[in-house]
Design a protein around this ligand. Sequence first.
Ligand SMILES: [Zn+2]
Length: 118
Amino acid sequence: MSEERTKAADEMFCPSCGEVIKKEASICIKCGVAVSNKKPAGLNVSEKSRLTAFLLCFFVGVFGSHRFYVGKIGTGVFQLLTLGGLGIWTLVDLILILTGSFTDVTNKKLSEWDTSYR
Ligand SMILES: [Zn+2]
């Protein structure tokens, strides 16, 4: 009970139980809850959902919908006008999304399938 709740520079509080954990930790060692973090490792990770982009690309990709979704308006319009490069461009995008290589307008990769916890 007398334990001080202080944290070092490389530590943070677990959002679930409040335990002090390492910032690099992806899971809290105390409560086992996955810790959402937007630092270092996540710097190049888009906050856009890969799943949403995939679904948009899969169903209405020829209209450039997935590109509008990630903020790539310019190429989105172009894709819309060319019907996704007659489907080929859309197919390439679909593969990029599936492999996690698709990027948003800020050049961050859409590597998270589920971003709802952010
Ligand atoms: Zn915890």
